[in-house]
Design a protein around this ligand. Structure first.
Ligand code: GLN
Length: 531
């Protein structure tokens, strides 16, 4: 069967939830037995997201193959329970790099290398290659940005050309605002956005409208008339509190059936039972669990999006409602707030990954509080490193112990550069990245959680626990319950006489999936709910 393509573009404003819509649609198609593969196109010139600031762009997601990608790939992995690869995230940087390298090699000798056809051909080849790689029945292509941007024009053009060879469904996502005083759903921005799409030769086959509530008949009729899209091809995306409800909302509107029909595919049986049950049970759950997340990127919650999801997944399986308390750790350092005060009402403390010195001392304070007061604690990556520092300072009496990332002159470099990182000068894609095996000590808490001695989790770091201090730290009572294959790199730590005190050098949040919550998060949230 030839692959079908679904192209999702956005209009009016960014941040409409195009990624969630596309992932939900992919999920519905997958639940109908089709083999789907998503591709996210990011029109920025960076080769990948690894060097971007999380406050500006949200979290950097890490795939098993070690690539650092846009956070939307995380949404796809979570919804579809699939391991994606670098190829599933296409950027302007990647395409130009490819074409320029080919040009230098002489692949186009004698030719003038141009945006059309050389760049657009390479984009199409990329899309075709990924479809083949996954033997996909349907490839879903989400084009980042908004129609009318200069940056994504060439990707839209490439998909327009793709439709000359394949069956393609174009879906345009827009916003239908409501002016409060009038109370009317306004369709003009959608009309104009579709006009822009037509200017570049794409007539959408479907429109997905984000709005506060479901679209009214009148608004739908107007959009249909002005945009040339059948009324029953116009879908609503009302505001919701839980994104996992989106597939259910789309299913009610028979979105998958209509698109499958358009693509000449059979609308096979829907296997939504388990999924729906889980989401609906979560909706009804009342018991709350309050988790503090300490960090310095707390102003943009998207910086920690995978952590939020991993907590939600655990809560869904335990029938709990998560409540997050954001702790800006620079405020603890400045003496504006105290750990004992701000953490007194939470059920668990989570110290996430991070870089650099700002906020680090504040995080160490939070870890001390959790350790001393028997409050469930989970440290991730930087959080693991800071937990080692806190323990070295306060239990092993290594005064001012630190990480050389924070204090290069420290007398006790408890955390130091990984040996292979000493030769690294370029910043892009050079950390210790991606999926690695972790060997777990039998009888430990980590073993109880995972139920096996070998697991695979994802990493993104340059520093590690300095093995020279292993003995002294272990004598103090800290247990290193997970390490790499060589036994050199410490990857999990825990305290025995504590309700729950675990930290990992890896990022368990990247492998948590709705239907398969990560065991570490499950254990942490369960322990927190009992406090
Ligand atoms: N900055 C630390 C390192 O590079 C931790 C990184 C992280 O938390 N992702 O090792």
């Amino acid at each position: 069967m030839p692959t079908r393509f679904i192209v999702v573009s956005g209009g009016v404003i960014s941040g409409l939830g195009k990624g969630i819509f596309t992932a939900s649609l992919a999920k519905l198609l997958q639940m109908r037995g089709y083999k789907v593969v998503p591709i996210k196109i990011d029109p920025y010139v960076n080769v990948d997201a690894g060097t971007m600031n999380p406050i500006e762009h949200g979290e950097v997601f890490v795939l098993d193959d070690g690539s650092e990608v846009d956070m939307d790939l995380g949404t796809y992995e979570r919804f579809l329970d699939m391991n994606l690869r670098s190829e599933n995230n296409l950027t302007t940087g990647k395409i130009y790099k490819l074409v320029i390298e080919k040009e230098r090699k002489g692949d186009y000798l004698g030719k003038t290398v141009q945006i059309i056809p050389h760049i657009t051909n390479e984009i199409q080849k990329w899309l075709e290659r990924v479809a083949k790689l996954y033997r996909a029945d349907i490839e879903l292509i989400e084009i980042g940005g908004t129609v009318g941007d200069i940056e994504n024009l060439i990707f839209l053009e490439a998909t327009r050309q793709l439709a000359l060879k394949y069956k393609v469904a174009f879906i345009h996502c827009t916003l239908v605002p409501v002016i409060k005083s009038v109370g009317e759903q306004k369709t003009k921005p959608t009309q104009q956005s579709v006009q822009r799409l037509r200017e570049i030769g794409i007539q959408p086959d479907f429109i997905f409208c984000r709005s506060e509530k479901y679209l009214k008949e009148k608004a739908k009729k107007k959009i249909s008339l002005f945009c040339g899209v059948k009324e029953d091809h116009i879908f609503s995306g009302p505001d919701i509190t839980n994104i996992y409800k989106v597939p259910i909302i789309l299913n009610k509107q028979r979105v998958a059936e209509k698109i499958l029909k358009y693509l000449d595919l059979k609308p096979t049986r829907n296997e939504m039972g388990e999924y729906k049950k889980l989401v609906e049970r979560f909706e009804r759950s009342k018991k709350r669990v309050k988790i503090a997340i300490t960090g310095k990127y707390t102003e943009l919650h998207d910086s920690y999006v995978s952590i939020l999801h991993a907590i939600t997944h655990a809560c869904m399986h335990l029938s709990l409602k998560p409540e997050i308390k954001w702790i800006e750790t620079t405020d603890i350092e400045n003496g504006k707030i105290r750990a004992e005060r701000v953490l007194s009402d939470v059920n668990g403390v989570l110290v996430p990954g991070g870089f650099g010195s700002r906020g680090a001392e504040g995080k160490i304070e939070c870890i001390r509080y959790a350790r001393e007061n028997n409050v469930p604690f989970l440290g991730l990556c930087f959080g693991f490193q800071l937990a080692c520092i806190e323990f070295a300072r306060n239990i092993c009496k290594l005064r001012n112990a630190n990480s050389t990332e924070i204090d290069p002159e420290t007398k006790y470099p408890i955390i130091d550069l990984l040996p292979e990182q000493r030769k690294v000068y370029k910043k892009g894609g050079t950390m210790r990245l991606g999926g690695q095996d972790v060997i777990i000590k039998k009888g430990s808490m980590a073993y109880k959680l995972y139920g096996k001695v070998k697991i695979r989790e994802r990493f993104r770091h340059r520093y590690e626990f300095n093995p020279e201090y292993k003995e002294i730290i272990e004598q103090g009572g800290l247990i290193f319950s997970g390490h790499d294959k060589s036994g050199e790199i410490m990857q999990i730590l825990e305290l025995a006489k504590h309700k729950f005190f675990i930290a990992t050098q890896f990022h368990p949040e990247f492998t948590s999936r709705l239907m398969k919550p990560n065991p570490i998060f499950l254990g942490f949230v369960r322990a927190a709910s009992k406090k």
